[in-house]
Ligand binder design. Structure first.
Ligand SMILES: Cc1ncc(COP(=O)(O)O)c(C=O)c1O
Length: 404
């Protein structure tokens, strides 16, 4: 029997793990500011520091390198603006950011804000037709030693949130290191889906988010290597190594740590299971006329494309129409890119991959996670042909009306 509703939008947010809910609820009933010196405060501090150790262990980092933030967006903002400020203060020539074109808006919009306010200029690094940013493209964007001297930071994500392309992070970090530039990676989609080891990757900063790993929303972390200077963006109590002030969200931190520990421990097993589901979904969907998969896809492999990520484009229709038609049929998925001021636009990631804008309009991102089942994939495959047909008919009718 097919499920009445199928949640296939895990890249947007994934359900909290029961163990994380349980751990959070217990802590929510306890009083104590982790900065207070009395017994309750010290108990709260103990919970925070135990959680910090768990998060660090899950990411291959040292506990002192974990800076808790309100999520991936804040971690990305802090990495870019904070490192730029610190590096420019040390040497005013360092005003250039080298950033990939396929980043999440938490990175792209931060860069655009900084450039608009004359705080930085940017060199965008392109990708290939699968969304991959390679070491040669990064080296070219940085330029020779004379050009490298003006770079404040390189930022390339670990895995793309739309098409699921996994980047060669260790090679990219090596290129930045050879040029003497700190390297930041947004690993929000990668953690729990592929092996993420901060120390082994050679990265200097890494962003992670709680609600993508089975923890609560509103919590995440920026991993900051011990030698990396970051100017704070928020000021006050001096928490988190003076880099990120604000009373610590003890229960959220405990929920995040519980979730990331579990999700990372289960990563290899989950990747095998989800890759099989993903492959069946992509194979079935691409049998529908006009439907194609985007990004890299090697069946059985989750090292080049995230295990849980299927990204499709459908010719001659709008992704939004498909999304609403599928939702009416009980399938919850996404177009993968946000509307801007309510107007759907083709995704900047698909355009960077060289996809024509007309094709990119028909994008559909279907993402799987720990609650995903075979029955949900069956439900999606059963609903897709009808949704495609109706969306294409609606599109054709719009064109006919426009032509009269
Ligand atoms: C790659 C990537 N970076 C950053 C973010 C933002 O994270 P958060 O929702 O925790 O602010 C997301 C969220 O979708 C993401 O996919």
């Amino acid at each position: 029997m097919l499920p009445t509703r199928s949640y296939l939008d895990h890249a947007a947010t994934t359900p909290m793990l029961p163990a994380a809910v349980e751990a959070m609820v217990e802590v929510m009933g306890q009083v104590g500011n982790a900065s207070s010196l009395h017994t309750s405060g010290r108990a709260a501090r103990r919970l925070v520091e135990e959680s910090r150790e768990l998060v660090a262990e899950a990411l291959g980092a040292r506990p002192s390198e974990i800076i808790f933030t309100s999520g991936g967006t804040e971690a990305d903002n802090l990495a870019l603006a904070g490192v730029l400020d610190a590096r420019r203060c040390a040497d005013p020539r360092r005003a250039r950011l080298v950033v990939s074109e396929v980043e999440h808006h938490a990175v792209i919009d931060t860069v655009e804000h900084l450039t608009r306010h004359d705080k930085a200029h940017v060199t965008w690094v392109g990708c290939d037709a699968t969304g991959l940013v390679d070491a040669a493209a990064l080296a070219e964007a940085i330029g020779g030693p004379a050009s490298a001297a003006d770079v404040a930071l390189v930022s390339v994500m670990w895995a793309n949130n739309e098409v699921g392309t996994v980047m060669p992070v260790a090679q990219l970090a090596q290129v930045a290191k050879a040029a003497g530039i700190p390297f930041h990676t947004d690993a929000v989609q990668a953690v729990g889906q592929v092996e993420v080891d901060f120390a082994a990757s050679g990265a200097d900063l890494l962003s992670v988010s709680g609600h993508k790993v089975g923890g609560p929303t509103g919590i995440g972390a920026l991993v900051v290597g011990r030698d990396v200077a970051v100017t704070p963006r928020s000021f006050g109590g001096g928490q988190e190594r003076q880099i990120r002030s604000g009373t610590l969200a003890v229960a959220s931190i405990v929920g995040f740590a519980t979730a990331i520990r579990h999700t990372v421990a289960e990563q290899a097993t989950a990747a095998r299971r989800l890759t099989a589901l993903r492959d069946r979904l992509i194979h079935g969907a691409t049998q529908v006329p006009g439907v194609a998969v985007s990004g890299p896809w090697t069946p059985g492999d989750w090292t080049t494309r995230l295990a849980g990520c299927a990204h499709l484009t459908v010719e001659h229709c709008a992704g939004d129409s498909l999304l609403y038609l599928l939702d009416a049929a009980g399938i919850e998925c996404s177009t993968g890119s946000a509307c801007q001021a309510g107007v759907p636009r083709p995704s900047h990631v698909l355009l960077a991959m060289g996809m024509p804008a007309e094709r990119a309009r028909g994008a559909l991102r279907v993402t799987l996670g720990h609650t995903s089942t075979d029955a949900e994939v069956d439900a999606f495959l059963a609903a897709l042909p009808g949704a495609v047909e109706r969306a294409q008919r609606a599109e054709a009718a719009t064109w006919r009306t426009a032509a009269t």
